[in-house]
Design a protein around this ligand. Structure first.
Ligand code: NDP
Ligand code: MG
Length: 389
């Protein structure tokens, strides 16, 4: 380590996932700039152990307490500390041993540790969009109070963030979120009713975790991203537009008050926004494949088919109405996706369950954090009863 340019100490929450493993690839390629201090997994003890032996972090967390013994034994000959259980995520998030949290846990489970990190002044690289959907107002307020940067990892939001560099005094007219359309673009309900987990997990452009792959197939992912954009960039709902762009070359765009539009482009590769979030404000040279405009014949754009992919309408409603409605929608979606992934309900049932849950949970206009937790719980119970989980 060089004292003028110390390594940034990284905590990867959700290190065994799609984002987490790609982040470790980026860190491995830039071992002079970053050190890994914290790794966390839910159940995947084997990968966590492998990662720990390779990257030698200060500590690891295995959320599944039944696996504690196995992880502890495997790391017995090292001085890596081992913690277990859900509460340990929050405790570790509050520790001094790291500078930057890569929030890469999937779903609501990422909220409390991320909030703890913000309260403790840690910079955040945010992949976990659900945290902003659930409690974006409180999270961003806390980030401002604690002077904590929240740097998006989601490719669309990284694109918007990059387009806004140097534009602090200029007003945004709107942002244009691009959507690949997912694996079922062009399909109608009579087809969708029969699709199975295996189909939904085949995304044309990105290789991602199971939950976000299903969200991309139902377009809920884009709905979540609209709400994510609102909080990250302080936008009004009418400033957020979704356009289907199947090639995923333009990662998103910003239109300013003079009508000028900036886009950020590249081949679809999550390592780029992950690397950018880790190294911001600097860019780091890499050898990722480059986009060659001579090799792409078409960039296409179309309106999303909201008659078929009704989740986008539900998300628009949640975005417009605000309060606890996005939190309720997110909880119902997590339950619905869980059930679909276990072949308990069909593809279209997911939307029904989310819609009914949104209609039935009491609306709260300005929830406290505690009320968000309660709304999440109520919505999960309601959706699970509906689905008979
Ligand atoms: P994965 O399912 O691949 O990984 C999720 C990670 O979180 C794993 O490390 C998993 O551990 C851990 N985890 C899961 N549930 C819990 C829990 N209840 N408590 C603690 N840890 C848990 O997800 P992705 O990497 O695909 O996505 C992570 C986040 O990033 C999501 O919010 C997603 O929307 C967002 N994102 C992902 C993109 C992608 O390309 N994958 C693109 C843009 C955003 P274990 O492995 O042990 O189960
Ligand atoms: Mg995205």
């Amino acid at each position: 380590m060089n004292s003028e340019n110390p390594k940034k100490r990284i905590a990867i929450f959700g290190s065994t996932g799609s984002i987490g493993t790609q982040a470790l690839d980026v860190i491995e390629a830039n071992a002079d700039k970053f050190s890994v201090e914290v790794l966390t997994a839910h159940h995947n003890d084997e990968l966590l152990i492998k990662q720990a032996l390779k990257f030698n972090p200060n500590l690891v967390v295995i959320v599944d307490e039944n696996k504690y013994g196995k992880v502890k034994d495997a790391l017995g000959s090292t001085d890596i500390k081992v913690f277990a259980g859900e509460k340990a995520l929050e405790e570790v998030a509050a520790m001094d041993c790291y500078d930057f949290m890569l929030a890469a846990i999937v779903g609501y489970a990422g909220l409390k540790p991320t909030m703890k990190a913000i309260e403790n002044g840690k910079a955040i690289g945010l992949a976990n969009k659900e945290t902003l959907v659930v409690a974006g107002d409180i999270m961003m307020r806390k980030a401002v109070e604690n002077k904590v940067p929240v740097i998006p990892v989601d490719s669309e939001h990284s694109a918007i963030f990059q387009c806004l560099i140097g534009e602090t005094r200029n007003r945004i007219e709107k942002v244009i979120l691009t959507a690949s359309g997912g694996p079922f673009i062009g399909r109608k309900p009579n087809y969708l009713v029969n699709v199975k987990r295996e189909h939904a997990l085949q995304h044309p452009n990105w290789n991602m975790g199971a939950k976000i792959s299903v969200d991309s197939a139902t377009l809920m992912n884009k709905g979540l991203e609209m709400i994510e954009a609102k909080w990250l960039f302080n936008l009004r709902p009418e400033q957020i537009q979704v356009v289907v762009h199947q090639q995923s070359i333009i990662h998103s765009m910003v239109q300013f008050e003079d009508g000028s539009i900036k886009a950020q482009m590249g081949l679809p590769d999550m390592k780029l926004p992950i690397q950018y979030a880790l190294s911001f404000p600097k860019r780091i040279k890499n050898d990722f494949p480059r986009l060659d405009f001579r090799k792409i014949s078409t960039l296409s754009f179309e309106e999303p088919d909201v008659k078929t992919f009704k989740n986008l309408v539900l998300a628009q409603e949640a975005l417009n109405k605000g309060g606890n409605l996005p939190c309720v929608m997110n909880a119902a979606n997590e339950i619905a996706v869980y059930a679909f992934l276990r072949n308990r309900i069909n593809f279209l049932d997911m939307t029904d369950a989310i819609e009914k849950t949104m209609q039935n949970i009491a609306f709260i206009e300005k929830p406290t954090l505690e009320e968000y937790f309660e709304s999440d719980g109520e919505a999960r119970n309601f959706a699970a009863d509906l689905i008979k989980l």
